[in-house]
Design a protein around this ligand. Structure first.
Ligand code: FA5
Length: 338
């Protein structure tokens, strides 16, 4: 090989490297010229056969070509990898449908609490609350519940080791509210309750109630019935009926259990109403004078009604749920229907 051939080779190699249109073409130039079996290693090997006068110059040109070509090839490779990254970015297609991320929603019990509170709000009630962990005094004693009452039994109440208990109803908030404020009182108290009840289609060990308490001069059983009837019709429509059955609660006298006509079967009989066409929704009654005395109210001056509505039971008839357990399983297929 002559010096002139080397110069031509140099020009050609650099030209091919500059001209390569993609990464694969650059790689082909690299293999052709500087690869292990490429032209330049071959030329280096053949230098010893050259005319000794030309050999140093030829070696110099071959070495310079190798360095220059390697730098150019690396530059081109970097150029292509950058433009590939750019192409990937640009390949995002804004017209494709996006990835669906479902949005959370309120649990049906929370939704129902909001609806119930709104209805009582329209009757002039405000919201009050109290602790889930209670003392026997607020949960039982101040509510005129005698020491030997069966609801205090270990079988019915979750007691904590320190003598506190998980409240079995929202009624202790009646006491907490009245002992700190003078009458009149008109409150609703949504909250959790805990009982050692065996779970079945209509019972849970942890359920929710909305307590109601209305204390003023001359509040009567007619007010209780009228307000609960108004509440039921606002929530479920004008066809729903309510009925009172005589009952006993230590903290009300007289006491009643309140049933709503079954919304699920519309009076035909079903699993939810246990074929009775009615479903028990609440306990209620006129506040017992002993309760007024416990909070320092004068029972000769004020009267009042109270009720405790079972929220899950209302959810069941309102939404046609035939098993209370569905409300706690957090199955998204169930929850997304609300
Ligand atoms: C009470 O808890 C009384 N504190 C209600 C009351 C308040 C009466 C104020 C008088 C004055 P009772 O145990 O009946 O009452 O419960 C009231 C409602 O809570 C029931 O009608 C029912 O709808 C609901 N309930 C009771 N136990 C459960 C349970 N284990 N699972 C789901 N709901 C329940």
């Amino acid at each position: 090989m002559k010096i002139h051939d080397l110069i031509v080779l140099k020009e050609t190699a650099l030209h091919e490297a500059k001209d390569a249109k993609n990464d694969a073409a650059v790689e082909a130039v690299r293999v052709k010229y500087v690869g292990r079996r490429g032209l330049l290693p071959e030329i280096m090997k053949g230098l010893k056969n050259m005319d000794p006068g030309e050999r140093p110059k030829a070696g110099q040109i071959a070495n310079a070509l190798k360095t220059e070509l390697q730098i150019l090839i690396e530059d081109r490779q970097r150029e292509f990898s950058l433009s590939e990254a750019k192409t990937e970015d640009n390949s995002f297609d804004y017209t494709l449908p996006g990835e669906w991320r479902s949005i959370g929603s309120l649990h049906p019990i929370s939704k129902l609490i909001e609806q119930m509170v709104d209805i009582f709000h329209s009757l002039g009630f405000i919201v009050a609350d109290g602790p889930d962990i209670e003392t026997p005094f607020y949960n039982f004693d101040a509510l005129n519940t005698p020491a030997e009452h069966p609801s205090r039994d270990l079988h019915d109440t979750f007691y904590l080791e320190d003598g506190h208990l998980l409240r079995t109803h929202t009624s202790p908030v009646q006491i907490r509210y009245m002992e700190n404020r003078p009458p009149p009182v008109r409150i609703v108290v949504p909250g959790r309750c805990f009982r050692r009840d065996t779970t079945d289609a209509t019972h849970s060990a942890n359920f929710h109630q909305v307590e109601g308490l209305y204390v003023d001069r001359e509040v009567s059983m007619a007010d209780l019935k009228g307000d609960l009837n108004y509440f039921a019709q606002q929530l479920m429509g004008p066809k729903v009926k309510i009925r009172f059955r005589p009952h006993f609660f230590p903290f009300t006298e007289p006491s009643v259990e309140v049933d709503f006509s079954c919304h699920v079967c519309a009076g035909k009989g079903c699993r939810v109403c246990k074929n009775s066409r009615w479903i028990e929704i609440a306990g209620a009654g006129m506040v017992d004078p002993e309760v007024f005395k416990a909070v320092g109210y004068d029972p000769d001056k004020v009267t009042g009604y109270a009720f405790g509505l079972g929220i899950e039971r209302i959810a069941m008839i309102l939404y046609g749920i035939d098993d209370i357990r569905q409300l706690y399983e957090n199955d998204v297929r169930f929850l997304e229907q609300f």
